[in-house]
Write a protein that binds this ligand. Structure first.
Ligand SMILES: *[C@@H]1O[C@H](CO)[C@@H](O)[C@H](O)[C@H]1NC(C)=O
Ligand SMILES: *[C@@H]1O[C@H](CO)[C@@H](O)[C@H](O)[C@H]1NC(C)=O
Ligand SMILES: *[C@@H]1O[C@H](CO)[C@@H](O)[C@H](O)[C@H]1NC(C)=O
Ligand SMILES: *[C@@H]1O[C@H](CO)[C@@H](O)[C@H](O)[C@H]1NC(C)=O
Ligand SMILES: *[C@@H]1O[C@H](CO)[C@@H](O)[C@H](O)[C@H]1NC(C)=O
Length: 329
C-alpha cells in the first residue's frame, strides 16, 4: 500500500466532505467545430432551407431580437450568415442550428424537417410549450448532436427518436413535473451515442435501464440524474458495464441501492457520482480496481462502517465526497 496515497485520500475525504460538485464538462460538446466565419462567405444558402428557417421564425416569439438577422429582404438573402445558422462549405446545406438561450417562445415548426442535412441542433433553454418532444425530430436522420434541455417540452420521448442512429450526443433536461413512467425502448437504436445526459425523466418503471445502457457500445458519458431509476434486481444476472469507453457516470438522485456496485466492477471509470441514492452497508471493495478514478461522490446515502483501506490505491483521486452517510471517521 502506498502511504502517500492513503494520506492524500484521507485528507481529501475530510476536506471536501461537504462539497457538492457539478461538472460542466459532463456533457461535452463533442466533435463539432465552431463555425468558421471566413468559410460562411463562400456559402450561399439553399432556397427551400431558407423558407424553412423563415417558417420556424414565424412560429416563434423572439423577445430579444435574436433572429433579427433572419429576414426576407435582399440583403439578408444568404441564410448561412444568419445568427445560429451554419452551412456546409461544400454542399451549402444548413448543417448546424444553434439557438441555445435565445429567449425564444412558441411552437417548434414541423418545417424543421426541411433541414434534412442538419447534424447539430441545439434548442436548449427556450420555451417551446408543454407538448411532448415532436416526433418529426426523429426524421432529422443526420443529427449527431441534439440538445433539447430546458425547452419546457414535457417529459415524453417519442419512439421516433430511435431513428437518429448517427446521434453521438443527446441532452434532455426536463422541468421536473409529474409524468407517467417512460420507457427506453428507443435508446438501443442510438448505437453511435457517446454522451447521454438526461435529467428528470420518469424512468421509475424502466427496470431494464442497465441492460439498455449496455447496448450502447460507444458510450463515454452516462448521466441519468433525478430519473427515479429503480434499484437493480439482484436475482437477475447482473451485467457489468459493457462499454469499454465509459469513463463518466452520474446516477445521482435516484433510488439505486448497493446492488449497483458490482456493475461498476473493473472499469476504467474516471468520474462517478451516486449522490442521494439508497446505498446501504459498507463501501465495497470494488473501488480498489478503479485506479483511474479522479472523482467519487457517494454523499447523501446510508453507507456505514469505515473508509476502506483499498481507497489507498486510488492514486488518481482528486475529489472524494462522503458526507451525509453514517461513516466512522
Ligand atoms: C438579449 O440581447 C442583448 C443584446 O443583444 C444581449 O446582450 C443579452 O445577453 C440578450 N439576453 C439574453 C437572455 O439572451
Ligand atoms: C470545409 O470545412 C471543413 C471543416 O468543416 C474544412 O476541413 C475544409 O477545409 C473546408 N473546405 C473548404 C474548401 O474550405
Ligand atoms: C424509423 O422510421 C420508420 C419510418 O421512416 C418507422 O417505421 C420506424 O418505426 C422508425 N423507428 C424508430 C425507432 O422510430
Ligand atoms: C412516475 O411514474 C409512475 C408510474 O407511471 C407514477 O406512479 C409516478 O407518479 C410518476 N412520478 C412522477 C414524479 O411523475
Ligand atoms: C436492491 O433492490 C433490489 C430490488 O428491490 C433487491 O432485489 C436487492 O436485494 C436490493 N439490494 C440491496 C443490497 O439492498
Amino acid at each position: 500500500m502506498d502511504g502517500r496515497c492513503l494520506v492524500q485520500v484521507l485528507f481529501n475525504a475530510f476536506v471536501v466532505l461537504l462539497v457538492l460538485h457539478t461538472n460542466p464538462s459532463l456533457g461535452l460538446h463533442s466533435g463539432v467545430a465552431h463555425p468558421d466565419t471566413s468559410m460562411k462567405i463562400m456559402t450561399k444558402c439553399i432556397a427551400t432551407e431558407r423558407q424553412a428557417l423563415l417558417a420556424i421564425k414565424q412560429d416563434l416569439m423572439d423577445y430579444n431580437g435574436s433572429l433579427s438577422s433572419w429576414g426576407s429582404e435582399a440583403l439578408q438573402e444568404d441564410c448561412c450568415k444568419w445568427k445560429g445558422v451554419s452551412c456546409s462549405n461544400q454542399s451549402g446545406h444548413v448543417i448546424k442550428l444553434d439557438l441555445a438561450e435565445q429567449m425564444l417562445r412558441g411552437k417548434l415548426s414541423p418545417k424543421l424537417i426541411m433541414l434534412q442535412h442538419l447534424e447539430y441542433l441545439d434548442l436548449s433553454d427556450n420555451n417551446f410549450g408543454s407538448g411532448p418532444i415532436p416526433r418529426f425530430i426523429g426524421s432529422l436522420s443526420r443529427l449527431r448532436y441534439l440538445d433539447l434541455s430546458g425547452t419546457s417540452i414535457s417529459c415524453q420521448i417519442p419512439y421516433h427518436l430511435g431513428n437518429l442512429t448517427h446521434l453521438q450526443n443527446l441532452k434532455l433536461h426536463f422541468n421536473y413535473g409529474s409524468t407517467p413512467a417512460q420507457n427506453l425502448n428507443w435508446l438501443p437504436h442510438l448505437s453511435s451515442l457517446t454522451h447521454l445526459t438526461i435529467n428528470s425523466l420518469n424512468l421509475s418503471n424502466a427496470f431494464d435501464w442497465l441492460e439498455t445502457v449496455n447496448k450502447l457500445p460507444k458510450l463515454k458519458v452516462l448521466a441519468l440524474r433525478r430519473c427515479l431509476l429503480p434499484p437493480i434486481d439482484q436475482s437477475s444476472s447482473l451485467p457489468h458495464i459493457n462499454s469499454k469507453t465509459l469513463g463518466r457516470i452520474d446516477l445521482s438522485f435516484n433510488y439505486l441501492n448497493s446492488s449497483i456496485f458490482p456493475w461498476l466492477f473493473k472499469t476504467s471509470l474516471v468520474y462517478l457520482d451516486l449522490i442521494s441514492n439508497h446505498l446501504t452497508g459498507s463501501i465495497p471493495d470494488v473501488f480498489q480496481t478503479m485506479s483511474s478514478l479522479v472523482h467519487l461522490d457517494l454523499s447523501f446515502n446510508q453507507l456505514e462502517g469505515s473508509i476502506p483501506h483499498s481507497f489507498a490505491q486510488l492514486c488518481s483521486l482528486q475529489f472524494l465526497a462522503l458526507s451525509g452517510n453514517n461513516l466512522e471517521s
